[in-house]
Design a binder for this molecule. Structure first.
Ligand code: HEM
Ligand SMILES: [Ca+2]
Length: 265
């Protein structure tokens, strides 16, 4: 917050307005921005490395396996254009928010957690960011993992739904089926996710582990019970995430276009 307070004091206001307008027209942009923050900021730095296109020498993070399903990047241009229009009217921004394309190769310094990653390894990753045993994961959709056999941990009421979404253990990659992680209120940011996982209706392995690991279960119970507690902790975590190690001074540059480094213009 306030990163551009001297160079572009209206920046946050403009972004907020644009996000609001986009959200009205395309509700699912909410998923995209949230995941964007996570995938950019959790790995090394909030440097918008995720937004860079591939070049002849480097494969962009966007195209790496763990970015599977990331979408709505094109709307970032709408937001960026609004910012540039305003920046033209005031002074140029000297602070930075981007890395050079060389750094964008395959998520330097690690990758965002994989869908089959263990809860311990995920807790380690979040710990390194300063987010401790309190991380939430609301409002999500995902492609289902293969179901070679039905995991006995899944709530029997939930099984027909999952089998309908993913009847074969090797799904046809062209016939992608979305599975909502929260069937009750999929488009609303609320604490329903925590009720679902306590009811054995998780989607990813890690969702289920979250409810049963002794390190995380107390928080799941608390969040399922109190939406206020969830909102408070969720905003705290997102703020920590969004302020992770930004590039300042000469360590980066303000890109003219989000998807290419200035020197490649
Ligand atoms: C904790 C470890 C995490 C794992 C293992 C994980 C894994 C995944 C997977 C497998 C998908 C589905 C991709 C697809 O098939 O389309 C996904 C989607 C998503 N993730 Fe995560 N994720 C994690 C943490 C987070 C966090 C911390 C956030 C945000 C704060 C987040 C936000 C999202 C969102 C919003 C989507 C849906 C994107 C869309 O529908 O466009 N995830 N995640
Ligand atoms: Ca990054």
């Amino acid at each position: 917050m306030n990163f551009y307070k001297d160079s572009c004091p209206q920046a946050e206001e403009i972004i907020k307005e644009q996000v609001g307008l986009l959200y009205k027209r395309h509700k699912n942009t909410a998923f995209s921005w949230l995941r964007n923050i996570f995938h950019d900021c959790a790995v090394e730095s909030c440097d918008a490395s995720l937004l860079l296109d591939s070049t002849r020498r480097t494969l962009s993070e966007k195209e790496a396996d763990r970015s599977f399903g990331m979408r709505n990047f094109r709307y970032l241009d709408t937001i960026k254009e609004a910012l540039e229009r305003s920046a033209l009217r005031s002074s140029p921004a000297p602070t930075s928010s981007s890395s050079l394309p060389e750094k964008a190769l395959h998520f330097p310094g690690g990758v965002p957690p994989d869908h089959n990653e263990s809860i311990s390894s995920i807790l380690d990753k979040f710990n390194a960011l300063g987010i401790n045993t309190r991380w939430p994961h609301p409002l999500r959709q995902a492609r289902p993992p293969p179901l070679p056999e039905v995991d006995p941990a899944i709530n029997p009421d939930h099984i027909p739904h999952m089998l309908k979404k993913c009847p074969d253990s090797i799904p046809d990659p062209k016939a992608v089926q979305y599975v909502r992680n929260d069937r009750g209120t999929p488009m609303k940011l609320d604490n329903n996710y925590y009720r679902n996982i306590l009811d054995n209706k998780g989607l990813l392995m890690v969702d289920h582990q979250l409810a049963y690991d002794s390190r995380t279960r107390p928080f799941v119970l608390k969040m399922a019970k109190s939406e206020d507690y969830f909102f408070q902790e969720f905003s705290r975590a997102i703020q920590i995430l969004s302020e992770n190690n930004p590039l300042t001074g000469t360590k980066g540059e303000v890109r003219k276009q989000c998807n290419v480094a200035n020197k490649l213009h």
